[in-house]
Design a protein around this ligand. Structure first.
Ligand SMILES: Cc1cc2nc3c(=O)[nH]c(=O)nc-3n(C[C@H](O)[C@H](O)[C@H](O)COP(=O)(O)OP(=O)(O)OC[C@H]3O[C@@H](n4cnc5c(N)ncnc54)[C@H](O)[C@@H]3O)c2cc1C
Length: 400
């Protein structure tokens, strides 16, 4: 049965990991898929113009770890997907399909698979949020992406007003992107994921991880970081533990005591550009063209026109633009101390003191405080390197 909110309006700040966001006019908690569908029927997809103006009446909420909601809150209904469950079905001697309900806590899914010797999700340990959201931005970390294991999803199509099954191919995954995200306009989704089907391998007795492709993780596991990533494997449980440890060191595992984790994770995606554009990038402040020699860059496939693409490191660009760790705090980098020395947003928000990609709430920040810090970092990167960073979280009722 779904629970409908009555009494005091619920505030998004109590349901999001950045802990900002005002009240919602309505709030429905769906404890089962049928409840979710009933509510979704009441909120068909609005017109394109209404969606572009941010006028959907529905906001779908999982774990709130990739959402930044304005201080004014949301004038429609929040649909909180709170149904969970995992079922497993053998495909053959080596492979198992898991069907996971949208509200299942993602890290509990990963722990469940590692305990049973199922290989494929271990590098995605410690990512907050719910299983239904992982296909939306094709979550990834430590050289793995969830798209590598997704067979299909079941979703409610708010345009067709019907249940649909979308295959991995239909979902057209790419870096932090999918059909689900591309059809979401200003936080208004066309498809609402109800369950996710994942295919994992089962290694009888051995329980070694999938290839460890990320050099930092390989090194910390004592694997040969120079060897071909495809051949680097370690015991599954060890990989999970090491990933959790590395993530905690960067403030990337939720911890109520640690303000560096009061965030949406990475605030910016890594920019992907045609390689041919790199020499022409212009830093307006210096009138110097091109990226500096040492700027990290990684091959990122080709675009539709067949041009080679490169991925840059947003964390590196932010850091080198003068916005180091703690940018925005009175004791942080000079550029973020603000005119009165109290910090950019009065010290209430800053870049994480553990890494430069997370915009964090130091205790009583507003959404606007977080945006102040994010805008300043984006501005400095643009001025220094001529590169425009794009936000990773979904912004509701506010803009960068
Ligand atoms: C400390 C920290 C570390 C993080 N590390 C990583 C990381 O390593 N890699 C990574 O990729 N991300 C990371 N993230 C971002 C975030 O955890 C993921 O994007 C996660 O999948 C979001 O899940 P959620 O349930 O919290 O989504 P929410 O924040 O609740 O929602 C995010 C968006 O997805 C939509 N949505 C949610 N559920 C559904 C559904 N069932 N169907 C359709 N739309 C839906 C929402 O409407 C919203 O637009 C991190 C975040 C934090 C706070």
């Amino acid at each position: 049965m779904s629970t409908v909110n009555s009494g005091q309006p619920k505030r998004l700040r109590d349901y999001t990991t950045a802990r900002v966001g005002g009240p919602a006019a309505g709030w429905v908690v769906a404890h089962g898929e049928d409840d979710a569908v009933d509510e979704l029927r009441a909120h068909p997809l609005p017109s394109e113009s209404a969606r572009s103006a941010g006028q959907d009446t529905l906001l779908v909420l999982g774990g709130g770890s990739n959402l930044l909601v304005s201080d004014e809150g949301f004038s429609g209904t929040v649909l909180q997907l709170a149904f969970d469950g995992i079922s497993a079905e053998p495909v053959n001697d080596d492979e198992v399909d898991l069907t996971v309900a949208a509200g299942h806590h993602w890290d509990a899914v990963v722990a469940w698979t590692v305990e049973r010797g199922l290989v494929g999700l271990e590098a995605l340990s410690g990512i907050p949020g719910a299983a239904g959201a992982v296909p939306v931005q094709n979550v990834g970390a430590y050289g793995a992406e969830v798209a590598q294991t997704i067979v299909e999803i079941r979703a409610w199509d708010r345009e067709a007003q019907d249940l649909v099954v979308l295959s991995n191919q239909d979902l057209r995954f790419s870096y932090r992107d999918s059909l689900l995200k591309r059809t979401t306009v200003q936080g208004s989704p066309r498809y609402v994921v109800l369950s996710v089907r994942l295919r994992l391998t089962h290694q009888q007795g051995k329980a070694l991880s999938a290839p460890v492709r990320y050099a930092e993780l390989a090194r910390s596991l004592g694997l040969d970081a120079e060897a071909d990533g495809a051949f680097r494997r370690a015991p599954l449980a060890e990989v999970r533990q090491k990933v959790l440890q590395l993530r905690a060191g960067k403030g990337m595992v939720l911890d109520p005591e640690d303000h560096d984790t009061w965030s949406t994770g990475s605030f910016f995606t890594n920019p992907i550009l045609p390689e041919s554009e790199l020499p022409n990038l212009m830093a307006p402040s210096l009138s110097v063209a091109g990226l500096p020699e040492g700027a990290p860059r990684f091959p990122a496939g080709e675009n539709d026109r067949g041009e080679a693409l490169v991925k840059l490191s947003a964390a590196w660009l932010i850091d080198r633009a003068g916005c180091g760790k703690g940018f925005g705090l009175p004791e942080g980098p000079e550029a973020g101390r603000g005119a009165d020395g109290a910090g950019l947003a009065g010290g209430r928000a800053s870049l994480s003191t553990k890494h430069t990609l997370a915009v964090t709430n130091r205790g009583d920040a507003s959404a606007e405080d977080l945006l102040t810090v994010a805008r300043a970092a984006r501005h400095r990167v643009r001025e220094t390197f001529g590169v425009t960073l794009h936000p990773e979280p979904v912004l509701i009722g506010c803009r960068l």
